[in-house]
Design a binder for this molecule. Structure first.
Ligand code: ADP
Ligand code: ADP
Ligand code: MG
Length: 446
């Protein structure tokens, strides 16, 4: 087992990884930017090192500073968390070249997963249904128009290198496609350094349902059930739950097998998520693989009892999976609300500033993953996630009731948050019935 791990991240996920390290008896080294000097991940790590100014490109995304810290501190492995360098195959390769174990898949698997168009090709090869779209790379607008005609409007334009809800454009007509295509290409190049665009039929209504997998370095792969992540705004998740109220045991097994087939096809290792779009008839289509720990992993942990971050570390240390598929049991129900520093009334506009008053909920079935405290100043440079509020219950109704009362207890003053949105969403009749799709937020009053 590793003796010392460097955590190349910040915020709640850095703390989450520190907790896993402590439970495994591993020393945790934090890195931080000048804007994060007073962060909890710095306080709770065993050792820490400043890696540069606030903007991520000068600190958390600057691999040179992270690798130098790794050399100075003599660590065995790097956990990248999510965002930042977590899905950068070049970074994973540099770690390998420096004899540092990267806690995640191999650079080769990550490269395939990170190119969403290539990943779709791999899924097709594995016999897994994919959303209808182009099968050859799109070279120009003429080709885009002819693909769109064959699949029918509306169509989504996607950046092959996109992620985090960015790089997606919806075209409802041929004129829309003609207007958007050059914009989408330029954006993809500017934002991701790769102009690659592909087209997909826009499934509507659609659910986002994803499968958590664990794969060791000896070819053993298990799936830990699914997560329903249909409550989104701007193609980004706000509420996730496990299991999905839509998925029965038969569909669960089919989704799980499909996820494993894609993972095998690209020789995927460590923890990963295979995302699917599911239509109202239960037809599912692969959309992408997230080659990292995901924000919403706790709901799966709550219903399976498996600590996914500890499993990631064990797998990277060369251990075989300690569980087989028949050991995976889904028990009860868990829901996560992402508490973001955003004003839901201003179209979820991000905010920063000091948290002047804070009350954190508790009681039966409540888990909070957060890095905030009273007096904490939310810096303007990073993701707006403040806290993940997770409610567990024996069934979905109990999880909802616990979530509702925990949201009442949660007080954050000084900056706007998504708490009012969550209160409205969790009390909505359609949500309570489990009748949700990715258009839910648009129709909600809050
Ligand atoms: P997903 O929405 O796929 O579940 P998460 O919500 O777990 O992903 O997102 C993890 C974090 O990574 C978010 O902060 C998201 O903004 C960020 N992220 C993921 N991919 C990219 C990318 N290609 N470029 C920028 N940020 C990304
Ligand atoms: P990202 O890498 O940004 O997470 P995804 O390809 O996973 O991009 O898509 C993000 C979200 O966009 C999905 O969760 C879903 O809500 C929506 N979406 C993606 N593809 C489709 C599709 N073909 N039809 C309908 N909605 C889609
Ligand atoms: Mg996605």
């Amino acid at each position: 087992m590793f003796k010392k791990i460097l955590i190349a991240n910040r915020g709640e996920i850095a703390l989450r990884i520190i907790r896993a390290c402590k439970e495994l008896g591993i020393q945790a080294v934090a890195v931080y930017s000048e804007a994060d000097e007073n962060s909890l991940h710095v306080r709770f790590a065993d050792d820490e090192w400043c890696i540069g100014p606030g903007p991520a490109k000068l600190s958390y995304n600057k691999w040179q500073n992270i690798i130098s810290t790794a050399e100075i501190k003599g660590i065995d492995a790097i956990h990248p968390g999510y965002g930042f360098l977590s899905e950068d195959p070049d970074f994973a390769q540099i770690c390998a070249d420096c004899k540092i174990k990267f806690i995640g898949p191999s650079p080769e698997a990550m490269k395939l997963a990170g190119d969403k168009f290539a990943a779709k090709g791999a899924a097709r090869k594995a016999g897994v249904p994919v959303v209808p779209g182009n099968t050859d790379p799109i070279k120009d607008l003429d080709q885009a128009v002819s693909v769109a005609r064959s699949i029918g409007y509306p169509v989504l334009l996607k950046a092959a290198a996109g992620g985090g809800g960015r790089g997606l454009r919806l075209a409802s007509s041929e004129q829309g496609l003609k207007d958007l295509f050059p914009i989408a290409q330029a954006e993809a190049e500017a934002a991701f350094g790769d102009p690659g665009i592909y087209l997909e039929k826009f499934i509507n209504p659609a659910r986002h349902i994803e499968v958590q997998i664990l794969a060791d370095e000896y070819g053993n792969i298990v799936y830990l059930g699914e997560r329903e992540c249909s409550i989104q705004r701007r193609y980004q998740k706000l509420i996730e739950e496990a299991p999905s109220p839509f998925v029965n045991p038969k569909l669960r097994e089919r989704l799980g097998r499909a996820a494993i087939a894609v993972a095998r096809e690209i020789k995927y290792t460590n923890a990963g998520t295979v995302e699917f779009i599911v239509d109202k008839d239960g037809n599912f289509y692969f959309v992408e693989i997230n080659a990292r720990i995901q924000v919403e992993h706790p709901v799966t942990e709550m219903v399976t009892g498996i600590d996914i971050v500890k499993e990631q570390i064990r797998i990277a240390a060369g251990e075989k999976l300690s569980i087989s598929q028949k050991d995976v049991e889904i028990r009860g129900h868990a829901i996560e609300c992402r508490i973001n520093a955003e004003d839901p009334k201003e179209n979820f506009k991000p905010a920063s500033g000091e948290i002047v008053a804070l009350n954190i909920p508790g009681g039966p079935g409540i888990r909070i993953d957060t890095h905030i405290y009273q007096g904490y100043v939310v810096p303007p440079y990073y993701d707006s996630l403040l806290a993940k509020l997770i409610a567990y219950g024996r069934d979905r109704d109990e999880a909802i009731a616990r979530m509702r009362r925990a949201l009442e207890e949660f007080v954050i003053e000084g900056i706007p948050t998504t708490i009012p949105f969550h209160k409205a969403a969790i009390s909505d009749e359609r949500f309570i019935r489990g009748d949700i799709d990715t258009g839910f937020v648009d129709g909600l009053m809050f």
